[in-house]
Design a protein around this ligand. Structure first.
Ligand SMILES: O=C(O)c1ccccc1N[C@@H]1O[C@H](COP(=O)(O)O)[C@@H](O)[C@H]1O
Length: 206
């Protein structure tokens, strides 16, 4: 089975449909208002209502208030939630939605212990650590620091691009890869050629 791909930071229907046409499995919508990729719940739910079947829309939150998560979730039964902040396992479970938990690769992080704190997560996403920025940094991390026996499927993120994704997949062998900045032409807008190159690299080695 080839590696799955999530294209994150979708802000408009055209980019969503282009990514799906290129073979994306999941689309990410950033509900973190400090991100240049922020999208409002109304716009995101409007886009999600026009997606074909068998596509996973993923709502990304960073330490968000309950009412924001609930507002988004109520717009469609299809949402999977990506918690990208310091959310506790209890918070992640409290919305009754399937979720991924993002962990950032701080130098001293015990990934196995942290991941085991989220037994109800569908997957664990590993991202680069940059102080003061919760994600979407465009930076890679040391893939050799990833433990071999994670208790959940691994979504690899952080600084992936069309140039390094095939190496990343061959080295780490993740369940899926996730990209935001590496396939943009400007903040919040995707570059169709880079999206195609990225997905080909992830699924077919380039
Ligand atoms: O994309 C963002 O703006 C963002 C903001 C806050 C938290 C996470 C964010 N994106 C996620 O970060 C990783 C890596 O992104 P990049 O490829 O390095 O740009 C990925 O999981 C995005 O979903």
């Amino acid at each position: 089975m080839s590696c799955r791909v999530k294209i994150c930071g979708i802000t408009n229907l055209e980019d969503a449909l282009q990514a799906l046409g290129a073979g994306a499995d999941a689309l990410g919508f950033v509900f973190y208002d400090k991100s240049p990729r922020y999208v409002s719940p109304d716009v995101a739910n409007q886009i999600v209502s026009q997606l074909p079947p068998f596509v996973v829309p993923v709502g990304l939150f960073v330490n968000a208030p309950d009412d924001l998560v609930e507002q988004v979730s109520q717009g469609s039964v299809r949402w999977v939630i990506q918690f990208h902040g310091d959310e506790t396992p209890e918070q992640c479970e409290s919305y009754g939605k399937p979720y991924y938990k993002a962990l950032r690769m701080k130098p001293d992080v015990d990934v196995l212990r942290e991941a085991s704190n989220y037994p109800s997560a569908l997957a664990i996403l590993l991202d680069a650590y940059k102080p003061g920025i919760p994600g979407g940094t465009g930076e890679t991390f040391n893939w050799n620091a990833i433990p071999a026996q994670l208790p959940k499927p691994l979504i690899l993120a952080g600084g992936l691009t069309p140039d390094n994704v095939a190496t990343a997949v061959n080295t780490v062998k993740p369940y899926a890869v996730d990209v935001s900045g590496g396939v943009e032409r400007s903040k919040g807008l995707k570059d169709p050629d880079r999206v195609i190159q990225f997905i080909n690299g992830a699924k077919h080695g380039g």
